[in-house]
Write a protein that binds this ligand. Structure first.
Ligand SMILES: C[S@@+](CC[C@H](N)C(=O)[O-])C[C@H]1O[C@@H](n2cnc3c(N)ncnc32)[C@H](O)[C@@H]1O
Length: 443
C-alpha cells in the first residue's frame, strides 16, 4: 500500500472495521508502516478514523438530515465516505471546507461509482460552510439525545442513567470522547521520575507529573515510543493511573508470591514487580501463547527478573497452585467500556456478545480464589463501568465464598476506600473507567 493519502488510509481502516470488526488502532498500527505517509498525514489518518468512530451516531444524524437517500439505502462504503466528509466539515478546523468536499468526492469515485460521487458532492456541499449551524438532535427523550450527541449506544446510556443520573451521565459521555492522555509509570527499578523526565525532555518529549499519583507522568510529543532511548532501556511503561491504582490497592510487598491470572500484556504484573522491588516471585498467566511472549519481552525490557509466565486458563483449576499465593490478581476479560476514550470502537460491540461475560468473570474469580493462601489477598478488577461485570460478579462470588470478605484500602490521592470496592470514572478521576475490589481470605 505505497503512497496512499491520509484519507484513503482512514477510509481503509473504517472499511476494515465495518467488514472484519478490525479495531481502528490495531489496523492503523499494522497498516501505517506500509502506507509510507509523512508523520503529519499519519496523524491526520488516525484523527479521521478515530473521529468518525467517536462521533458516528452524530455524523449519521447529520447525514440523514442532508441526504435525500435514507441511511439504510446508502451503500456502506458511501456512508463511510460521507461520515469522513462530515467529520472534516463539522469537527476539524484545519481542513478547508472545499478540501473536505473534494477529497470525499474523489474517495467516492474510487470506491463506488460516479452517481455515488454526485450524491456525496451534493450532500456535503449542502452542509459546507454551516459548521456552526448544523442541527442538533431533539432534547427529548433525553436518552436518545445523549446517545446521538455523544455517539454512545442507547443500551449503554440506559445502563448508566440510573447509576449516575442525567448530568453525570452526560459528563461521562463527554469524557469518553475527550482525547486520552498518554500516561507513563516510571520504572522505579531503574530510574527516578526526575531522571526519566530529564531523559525524555532531552529527546524532545515533555513529561508532566500526575497531580496526585507518584511516579506517573503525562507525555506530550512522544510519537513512536521505539525512537525513545528511555523506552528502549525500560525506564518506564505505558500505564493509565487506574491500572496502577489497582496494583496499589492490591499492595504487593517485596518477597510476595504473586499470581496474575489474566496477565497479558503484563502491565499489572510489571507494576507489582516494581512495588516488590524485584524480590519474590510473580507467575503471569494468560491463555494466548503469543501474549505470554509479549509479557516476557516487556519484563526483559524493564529489567524484571522475578516474573515467570504460564499458559493457563484462569477458569480451570491448576492443582499445583492451590493455596500458594500471597496475592492473586484477577484482572478479568471484560467489555472494556471504561476505555472508550482510547478505543472509540468499543462502544459499538454487540451487547448480546457481552451477555456471557459475567459468568466467565465469575468462573475465573472463583477458580483463582483457590490459589490464595489463607489470610492473603485476592484482587478483582475490570476496565469497565458496567455493574453486572463489577459489583454483581463480586457479590455473586462473595455469596458462594464466605471465606472471603471485602477489605478497605488506601490509595494516593483518593485516601481511604471503605468497603473495599472502588469505581474509577473518567469524568471524576480523569482516569480510565475501572473497577477494583480487594478481598481477604480468612485464616
Ligand atoms: C484485561 S486483560 C488483562 C490486562 C493485564 N492484567 C494488564 O494489566 O496488562 C485480560 C486478559 O485476560 C486474558 N484471558 C482471557 N480469557 C482468559 C482465561 N480464560 N484465562 C486466562 N487469561 C484469559 C486475555 O488474553 C487478556 O490478555
Amino acid at each position: 500500500m505505497a503512497e496512499v493519502s491520509a484519507r484513503e488510509l482512514a477510509y481503509a481502516s473504517l472499511a476494515a472495521f465495518r467488514k472484519e470488526g478490525a479495531w481502528s488502532d490495531v489496523y492503523l498500527r499494522k497498516t501505517a508502516p506500509r502506507a509510507e505517509l509523512s508523520p503529519r498525514d499519519l496523524a491526520l489518518a488516525a484523527q479521521l478514523s478515530y473521529g468518525v468512530l467517536q462521533n458516528r451516531l452524530l455524523l449519521d444524524f447529520w447525514i440523514s438530515h442532508f441526504s435525500s437517500v435514507s441511511l439504510k439505502k446508502l451503500e456502506p462504503q458511501v456512508l463511510d465516505i460521507l461520515r469522513l466528509g462530515f467529520f472534516q466539515l463539522a469537527m476539524l478546523d484545519r481542513v478547508p471546507q472545499s478540501a473536505a468536499v473534494n477529497e470525499s468526492v474523489k474517495l467516492a469515485r474510487r470506491h463506488s461509482n460516479p452517481r455515488a460521487a454526485g450524491l456525496v458532492n451534493a450532500v456535503l456541499r449542502a452542509a459546507a460552510g454551516r459548521k456552526d449551524a448544523l442541527p442538533l438532535p431533539p432534547r427529548e427523550p433525553r436518552e436518545t439525545y445523549l446517545s446521538v450527541l455523544y455517539s454512545h449506544p442507547l443500551w449503554y446510556i440506559r445502563e448508566m442513567l440510573p447509576v449516575l443520573g442525567p448530568e453525570e451521565t452526560e459528563a461521562l459521555l463527554g469524557a469518553d470522547n475527550a482525547p486520552a492522555p498518554l500516561w507513563i509509570q516510571v520504572n522505579s527499578l531503574k530510574a527516578s521520575p526526575e531522571e526519566v523526565a530529564a531523559r525524555l525532555e532531552g529527546e524532545g518529549v515533555s513529561a508532566e507529573p500526575h497531580p496526585w499519583l507518584p511516579g506517573c507522568m503525562k507525555l506530550s510529543g512522544a510519537g513512536g515510543l521505539e525512537r525513545l532511548s528511555a523506552w528502549r532501556e525500560g525506564l518506564f511503561q505505558i500505564q493509565d493511573p487506574a491500572s496502577r491504582l489497582a496494583v496499589l490497592a492490591a499492595a504487593p510487598e517485596p518477597g510476595f508470591r504473586v499470581i496474575d491470572g489474566c496477565a497479558a500484556p503484563g502491565g499489572k504484573s510489571f507494576a507489582a514487580a516494581m512495588e516488590m522491588k524485584n524480590r519474590g516471585s510473580i507467575l503471569s498467566c494468560d491463555i494466548y501463547p503469543a501474549k505470554l511472549e509479549a509479557i516476557r519481552e516487556g519484563a526483559g525490557r524493564l529489567g524484571i527478573s522475578v516474573l515467570e509466565t504460564a499458559l493457563l486458563d484462569a477458569s480451570k483449576p491448576e492443582p499445583s497452585l492451590v493455596g500458594s499465593a500471597d496475592l492473586v490478581l484477577s484482572d478479568v476479560p471484560c467489555s472494556g467500556m471504561g476505555v472508550i476514550r482510547k478505543k472509540p470502537d468499543i462502544r459499538y460491540k454487540d451487547p448480546d456478545s457481552l451477555k456471557t461475560l459475567p459468568s466467565l468473570q465469575l468462573a475465573i474469580l472463583r477458580n483463582l480464589s483457590a490459589y490464595v493462601k489463607p489470610g492473603s489477598v485476592l484482587l478483582y478488577s475490570t476496565c469497565t463501568l458496567r455493574r453486572e461485570e463489577n459489583e454483581a460478579v463480586v457479590r455473586a462470588f462473595l455469596d458462594e465464598a464466605p471465606g472471603f470478605a471485602p477489605e478497605s484500602f488506601r490509595l494516593p490521592g483518593l485516601g481511604e476506600v471503605p468497603g473495599g470496592m472502588l469505581t474509577l470514572w473518567p469524568h471524576r478521576h480523569g482516569t480510565d473507567g475501572f473497577f477494583i475490589c480487594r478481598m481477604r481470605k480468612n485464616i
